[in-house]
Design a protein around this ligand. Structure first.
Ligand SMILES: C[S@@+](CC[C@H](N)C(=O)[O-])C[C@H]1O[C@@H](n2cnc3c(N)ncnc32)[C@H](O)[C@@H]1O
Length: 425
């Protein structure tokens, strides 16, 4: 097996990461652009000796009936790396994600559980109100190619179909600051002729490309920011969720799907329901600008206390401003693991929304040791959720509620809201 070789494969189950598993002469091949049960001609794109291979379906010889024609011109073999499932009908995409969640929970947490993945309002395209795209040496702006640093150029003629059209329109009129132009790397001559974005010299790394964050806020305006050395502080924009406005840095964290913050806030509120929290203490860990702290503040009421913990100073500062109306809300800037050691141990409810890597066993053990009545875990990675589910189980907490949401249609990404409660005794 070597890159470029073409083989016909029976496509097996979907795996975490947006591909399906197939086998060829005993080797595992992770295949993009195929669906479970299909037969496809697959071009090998990566083959490391003694390890798995990667490949892309270039011709489907027996198709799943729920296969559809991908509408985006960038979605093709060797194309954009932003989407994984445009070739599947929306309900099939959600079934694939549900399969991955169930498989991760079974493999990493020993749980036999399936949940439907719920669609979000607004349809499957044009949902993305925030993107982080790269700028290449030729002035092209867009997401990266699949498993490459190459920029997939976005324009109104060839838009990114999952992005809000306002973001694509903004690309065509973007001013690149001089600071960014000057910092843009010049590739070594050997790599200039290559169109795949990889360096010409084997083993050498391509220079990092500058990136632009485009945020379309609740008022519809698009704010571009160019993070990097020497960048000025980004503007603050206003987003809307949970029935109110939030101040967010234009390049800071906010759910990219325009409906997601609201849907997740509601799911968190639902997961907390049934636990009497009035006047008690609740924590919002990995709290960002305070979205779930708002939900907790409503749950504990004016006599309760909410502690929001966030490591990003800018987000923590904005959380203070966002939560100013809740007298019992406190924001602690810092790493969750360090701040936890310093918090009053008495807590009734914990919401945590960690980054992709998850909270990890130490934080989970610490949370379980505090014996809150309920832990609500918002997870953007089902594998991390499954690992942390096992860690919470070891601390005496059972998974007693789980919902999943298609917050990233056309991609393999999915968001879960899991509820954990103490195992009696
Ligand atoms: C997935 S975002 C969630 C933000 C917020 N809950 C929301 O929904 O808008 C994760 C947040 O955790 C913060 N974070 C990452 N690692 C952290 C850590 N070790 N301690 C505290 N905060 C952390 C990030 O800065 C980011 O704001």
């Amino acid at each position: 097996m070597a890159p470029g070789v073409e083989v016909e494969l029976e496509i097996g189950p979907v795996a975490h990461g947006g591909h399906c598993v197939a086998r060829y002469e005993g080797r595992v091949v992770f295949v993009r652009l195929a669906l479970p049960g299909e037969r496809a001609l697959v071009r090998i794109t990566e083959a490391r000796p003694g390890s798995f291979c990667r490949g892309e379906a270039i011709e489907i010889r027996a198709a799943d009936p729920r296969r559809v024609a991908a509408p985006c011109s960038h979605f093709r073999p060797g194309g954009c790396g932003g989407c994984d499932f445009q070739h599947a009908a929306a309900d099939l995409q959600r079934d694939l994600k549900a399969t991955v969640i169930a498989e991760q929970l079974r493999r990493l947490a020993g749980l036999d559980l399936t949940v439907p993945v719920e669609p979000l309002p607004g349809g499957e395209f044009g949902w993305r109100s925030r993107v982080r795209w790269a700028l290449d040496q030729d002035g092209r702006i867009g997401p990266r190619g699949v498993r490459s640093h190459r920029v997939v150029p976005i324009s109104e003629r060839q838009p990114c179909l999952i992005a809000d059209p306002a973001l694509t329109a903004a690309v065509d009129v973007l001013d690149v600051p001089d600071r960014v132009r000057r910092a843009a790397p010049r590739p070594p001559r050997a790599s200039r002729s290559r169109r795949d974005g990889r360096s010409g010299r084997p083993g050498s790394r391509p220079a990092a490309l500058p990136e632009v964050v485009l945020a379309r806020a609740a008022d519809g305006a698009v704010t571009p920011t160019w993070p990097g050395p020497g960048a000025p502080e980004s503007p603050v924009v206003t987003e809307h969720a949970a029935g109110r406005d939030f101040s967010v840095a234009a390049d800071g964290f906010w759910q990219p799907h325009e409906a997601a913050a609201d849907v997740l806030a509601e799911a968190v509120a639902q997961a907390l329901a049934g636990v009497e929290l009035t006047g008690r203490v609740a924590w919002d860990l990995y709290g960002g600008v305070g979205l779930f702290a708002e939900v907790l503040a409503v749950a504990v009421g004016p006599d309760g206390t909410v502690v929001c913990v966030e490591s990003d100073d800018r987000a923590a500062t904005l959380a203070v401003a966002n939560l100013v109306g809740h007298l019992g809300a406190v924001v602690r800037a810092g790493d969750v693991r360090e701040v936890l050691a310093d918090l009053d141990p008495e807590v009734a409810a914990v919401v945590l929304d960690p980054p992709r890597s998850g909270a990890g066993p130490a934080v989970c053990a610490e949370l379980a040791a505090r014996r809150p009545d309920v832990i609500v875990y918002v997870a953007c990675d089902p594998a991390a959720l499954a690992r942390d589910t096992a860690a919470l189980a070891a601390g005496g907490y059972a998974l007693t509620g789980l919902r999943a949401f298609d917050t990233f249609p056309q991609t393999h990404h999915v968001e879960c809201v899991a509820r954990f409660t103490p195992v009696p005794g």
